[in-house]
Design a protein around this ligand. Structure first.
Ligand SMILES: Nc1ncnc2c1ncn2[C@@H]1O[C@H](COP(=O)(O)OP(=O)(O)OP(=O)(O)O)[C@@H](O)[C@H]1O
Length: 569
């Protein structure tokens, strides 16, 4: 186990019991968790139970699976691999509890199934609000003093609680046909485990050990479900970093993780060595969080480090270009660098998603073409095209971008990918004149794509296609001029939430004044922690973009926290 530090090894080799691991950013939680997973199964010997390693995103799960695959290759063949599971917490709940057992509690005659929202039959399942009725998919579930309650949030994020009897009546009525929404899935899981004690006992026997990564993201209902498993005998290990808790809006405030180690039957550990970032970035992270972690990476190159730089609101593109040039000059990898923002709106503006040209669905195709040609962002282009195509079909598979990732829809996905990848036969190139060249080709090729979907998958096309794909508001010029594609800002632009968990060579955090003040005021606010996540993604170079109007007010605090000032040439 030579590739583990002493701190990591202590966790991996701990006795088989519940652990709390509070870890700093870049401390190798993945490596630690995967080694611990294997060790737990080894310690269990002939026990028939399973060990589950659970996280919150599919990306995290893929990373764990890959690390696990590499690790077991190098280990003797004695690991009981059949009894190790890696997945998301919601996936665990669905496959072990909701799909096989929830219908009994729901009073349904068929296995429980998830509805995405927007299904036609949901029109009969709306609830009253202070203004207009809302679809049941907008109903949220909270947990307080051992009781569930239901609420919704208004446009300005205010939570309005619903009368429990009224809400439950609707939830139960939907449950009777076996349906549940994303938010209600956890409610049903909690209720199934409360009302089916034999199942709860069986689950705890089947999973005597559960390890949860990113535990700061455990929401109140997830916690309630885990408490049920703990009370039935499962031992739960939590690994996470409370300073990276950025899902408060989803009811995850990090308290479960922070207080878990105080329980009498839970052993506490810490990971305090940062393997990702150079010392100047770790020092900054320490000053922001009040931690005293150590940096394992050193670099004294002049362009490396943590800098702030001012920008005018109208000159964001210039700031990005300057950053890009610095990344190249610093010999860092552009492909492993990113511009990150707090809000998806700004990301959309910078990536061209908020394009002012085109009308209706054509606007979507324009956005997708710009994302592909200017930013090589095929994934987001795919999502937009899939959504546009679904609006040109009568009764398409619901939530088409999600559905078509399902193996059953592989060939449908393939058709859409081919359309996006090939500017000569599919989504036309943005270098064409938008109204006279690009639009006619778009119309022609979308028709070909839709006919193929009709033929192969029996999907029906809406009437009056031409009206839905109008030439309105397209300019008589190329969508993106060739020269612009050539100079190409190839930097990835994304939200901080999207880069969470990643290691990047360089990061530019394009922040607002409020984002920065919250970051500098400690990490008590979610906004502050979002900034902390941005800082701690960077290996060698971190730039904080500071709005010019706030620079004078913020300068001395930024320097006192460990930033250096950089000036755009
Ligand atoms: N013992 C070690 N020796 C050298 N490198 C290590 C060690 N442990 C982890 N690393 C490296 O540290 C880097 C960060 O690891 P990882 O991505 O797991 O961090 P993390 O704890 O999940 O961070 P975060 O929570 O900030 O996303 C990886 O490149 C990993 O290979």
């Amino acid at each position: 186990m030579s590739d583990l530090s002493a701190e990591q090894e202590a966790i991996v080799k701990a006795p088989l019991e519940s652990l709390s691991v509070i870890a700093c950013a870049g401390s190798g939680k993945t490596r630690t968790a995967v080694h611990r997973l294997v060790e737990m199964r080894r310690l269990m010997g002939d026990h028939r139970g399973r060990v589950a390693l659970l996280s919150f995103s599919n990306i995290a799960v893929d990373t764990f699976r890959e690390s696990y695959r590499i690790l077991v290759q190098s280990q003797p063949a004695c690991i009981n691999q059949n009894r190790i599971e890696i997945g998301t917490l919601d996936g665990f709940i669905t496959s072990n509890i909701l799909s096989p057992h929830a219908h009994r509690t729901m009073g349904a005659t068929q296995p429980a199934f998830l509805v995405a929202g927007g299904e036609t039959f949901l029109k009969g399942f709306t609830f009253r609000t202070n203004t207009h009725p809302l679809d049941i998919s907008k109903m949220k579930v909270g947990f307080r003093d051992g009781n569930v309650y239901f609420y919704y949030t208004t446009y300005n994020n205010q939570a309005i609680e619903l009368d429990t009897t009224y809400a439950l009546n609707l939830v139960n009525r939907l449950g009777e046909i076996g349906a549940y929404t994303h938010n209600l899935g956890r409610y049903w899981c909690y209720r199934v485990l409360s009302e089916q004690p034999n199942l709860l006992r069986a689950l705890a026997l089947r999973y005597p050990q559960i390890l949860i990564d990113e535990s700061q993201d455990i929401g109140v209902l997830h916690q309630a479900i885990l408490e049920q498993l703990i009370s039935a005998g499962s031992q739960i290990t939590l690994i996470g970093d409370p300073n990276q808790g950025i899902y408060e809006f989803a009811d995850a405030d990090g308290k479960f993780l922070m207080q878990y180690g105080l329980r009498a039957d839970v052993r506490s550990y810490q990971l305090t060595r940062n393997y990702r970032s150079i010392s100047s970035i770790v020092t900054l992270a320490n000053n922001l969080s009040g931690r005293t972690d150590t940096a394992e990476m050193k670099s004294h190159l002049p362009l490396h480090g943590a800098f702030f730089i001012s920008y005018k609101d109208s000159m964001k593109e210039q700031l990005i270009t300057a950053f890009q040039e610095t990344v190249i000059a610093a010999n860092l990898n552009l492909k492993s660098s990113a511009v990150v923002c707090r809000n998806s709106d700004l990301v959309n503006t910078l990536t061209g998603e908020n394009t002012p040209v085109g009308f209706g669905l054509v606007k979507g195709f324009v956005k997708a073409a710009i994302l592909r040609d200017k930013h090589q962002d095929y994934l987001n282009a795919f999502k937009i095209v899939a959504s546009c195509i679904s609006k040109l079909l009568i009764d398409p598979p619901k939530n088409i971008t999600v559905v078509i990732t399902h193996p059953e829809f592989r060939s449908l996905r393939h058709e859409i990918w081919s359309f996006i990848r090939n500017p000569d036969l599919g989504l036309p190139s943005t270098s064409l004149i938008a109204d006279t060249e690009w639009h006619p080709l778009l119309l022609e090729r979308v028709k070909v794509l839709l006919s193929s979907l009709q033929l192969k998958f029996g999907l029906k096309i809406v009437d009056r296609l031409g009206n839905k794909l109008t030439v309105r508001e397209l300019p008589n010029s190329p969508l993106v001029i060739e020269a612009e594609i050539e100079k190409n800002i190839i930097l990835r632009v994304d939200t901080v939430h999207q880069v969470k968990g990643e290691s990047l060579d360089s990061v530019l955090y394009l922040a607002t004044s409020k984002n920065i003040t919250d970051l500098l005021n400690g990490l008590d606010t979610e906004n502050g922690r979002i900034g902390y996540v941005a800082v701690t993604r960077a290996r060698y170079l971190f730039w904080l973009g500071v709005p010019e109007k706030s620079l004078n007010n913020l300068r001395s605090t930024l320097i006192s926290k460990g930033f250096q000032e950089a000036v755009c040439a």
